[in-house]
Design a protein around this ligand. Structure first.
Ligand code: NAD
Length: 459
């Protein structure tokens, strides 16, 4: 058996903090067989008891938050406070599942009188794969493995190679919560390990990651004829109309949407359009606020921005910046001096951009933003929709009617008025076009992990 080694690197120091043996074809096959047996037993556990286990996991996340937050910051570089925020956010999503799963998974009588009675029950899919991303490992993980487990499935969970230590914490806390070991198994490794999962006769695949990997997975899954959900990337626009009353506040909100988690959010603000009447004032305020950001050691409470999580992303973003500047954009950088070691990149504000530039078309996934002037709402709509992606779109305006007219024209899973870069557990989270297929969260994200059975009962 060939065991490959996965090196966990702290992106703030470039030091190897742990080495782990990656899963092999044999170990993955063994884990899958365990889950196949375990799932049948787990599905017979009453729904309330399955929910009870997840309730204990909810408590354990809080009891262990200091250690969990520190690990998350060490392996993917987000500022420590943002690691705590992510844990809190994950708990509020779990709270939603705890409170609403019974309603959406219990049997439903459609007619209970007359000759033929009819009802619907919701049955688990079976053993599902959850191949996940590193940018919010708790948030994107709980979207899948929590409703998956509550629904009676067993989960083969492959965290990203850039958030494996967090994945190990998740596994250990789930076991301590009462989830049987043969219902949840972690797979350690990168893309090769993920690819091996697709060779197995899994009953569903729930993926969070890039469009490129998502397409490869969808192609591999197609012949299995089982559910395959994809939560992919975005190129999310934000449009500032000329009737906004507080430019500084709008600029602050937009800046946070750009740089929170160092821009490594699927729904980060990726491009900004500003109506000409407020363009200069917006740019001035946005730039002034960006310059005040503090970038540094993510364990230092003063740091608002840490390093990027992956080394190759520094080069990728530098290419977007160079491309925009070579085509006429003006570059201003924020956050002052940056550390010499680690995968740090100063936030880059590119003004005077247009759609011939990569920064306005390709997902950046970092603290880089293009800002473009527009004449009116019609031009803004045209540019906002000039994208292969369809995750979110935000409009800032003092008029809901005017903003609504724009939001109705967005072919995106989510629209925001006077807010951006947010996800709510009560609302479906879904992408259109290259941003994905299917949805998590809300009741749709509970029902996504079960299949309905129609009962016709006569006599
Ligand atoms: P990625 O596609 O590189 O990797 C995602 C996962 O897929 C990892 O676990 C990786 O090991 C695995 N993988 C890679 N190649 C594989 C293969 N051939 N077969 C099976 N598995 C494979 O993405 P990433 O860098 O981890 O995440 C960043 C991307 O995720 C961005 O595009 C971001 O927008 C997107 N994202 C989307 C959402 C959403 O909710 N829509 C949330 C978070 C991140």
């Amino acid at each position: 058996m060939i065991m490959e080694t996965l090196k966990i690197i702290n992106p703030a120091t470039e030091e190897v903090i742990r080495e782990l043996a990656a899963d092999s074809v044999e170990s993955i096959g063994y884990k899958f067989e365990q889950l196949k047996h375990g799932q049948k037993v787990w599905a017979q556990v009453p729904l309330v008891d399955r929910i009870g286990c997840i309730g204990r996991f909810y408590d354990l996340l809080d009891e262990n938050k200091d250690e969990l937050a520190r690990t998350l910051t060490l392996e993917m570089g987000k500022p420590l406070q943002q690691s705590y925020n992510e844990l809190n956010g994950a708990r509020s999503r779990i709270r939603f599942f705890l409170d609403h799963s019974e309603k959406w998974l219990s049997e439903e009588w459609i007619t209970s009188v007359g000759g033929t009675r009819e009802k619907i029950t919701y049955e688990p899919l079976g053993v599902i794969a959850n191949i996940s991303a590193w940018n919010y490992p708790y948030l994107v993980g709980v979207n899948v493995f929590i409703p998956g487990l509550i629904g009676g499935n067993a989960v083969l969970y492959k965290p990203s190679e850039f958030s494996t230590l967090t994945g190990l914490h998740i596994q250990s806390l789930l076991y301590r919560s009462g989830i049987p070991e043969n219902c949840f198994q972690l797979i350690i490794g990168g893309g090769a390990a993920g690819s091996l999962l697709l060779d197995l006769p899994i009953d569903g695949c729930f993926f969070t990651g890039s469009y490129r990997t998502g397409m490869a997975i969808a192609n591999r899954m197609a012949s299995k004829l089982v559910p395959c959900q994809l939560e992919l990337g975005g190129k999310d626009p934000l449009y500032v109309m000329d009737d906004v009353t507080d430019i500084d506040q709008v600029a602050a909100a937009a800046l946070e949407g750009v740089v929170y988690n160092n821009g490594q959010s699927c729904c980060a603000v990726e491009r900004i359009y500003v109506q000409e009447g407020v363009y200069d004032r917006f740019l001035e305020s946005f730039t002034a606020q960006a310059k005040k950001l503090v970038m540094g050691d993510p364990l230092d409470p003063a740091s608002e921005l840490g390093p990027l999580s992956r080394k190759q992303q520094v080069e990728f973003l530098q290419d977007q910046i160079n491309d925009a500047v070579s085509k006429g954009a003006v570059l201003t950088t924020g956050a002052g001096k940056i550390p010499e070691k680690g995968y740090f990149l100063a936030p880059a504000i590119l003004s005077g951009t247009d759609h011939s530039m990569k920064v306005m078309k390709d997902e950046s996934f970092g603290p880089v933003i293009g800002i473009q002037k527009v004449k009116d709402d019609a031009e803004a709509v045209k540019l906002m929709q000039d994208t292969e992606y369809g995750l979110t779109a935000a409009v800032y305006s003092s008029s809901f009617e005017r903003a609504e007219a724009v939001m109705r024209q967005m072919n995106t899973g989510t629209v925001y008025w006077n807010c951006c870069d947010r996800v709510s557990a009560g609302l479906p989270w879904s992408g259109r076009k290259h941003s994905g297929l299917g949805s998590t969260l809300s009741y749709t994200g509970i029902r996504a992990f079960v299949q309905p059975k129609a009962w016709h009962i006569r006599g």
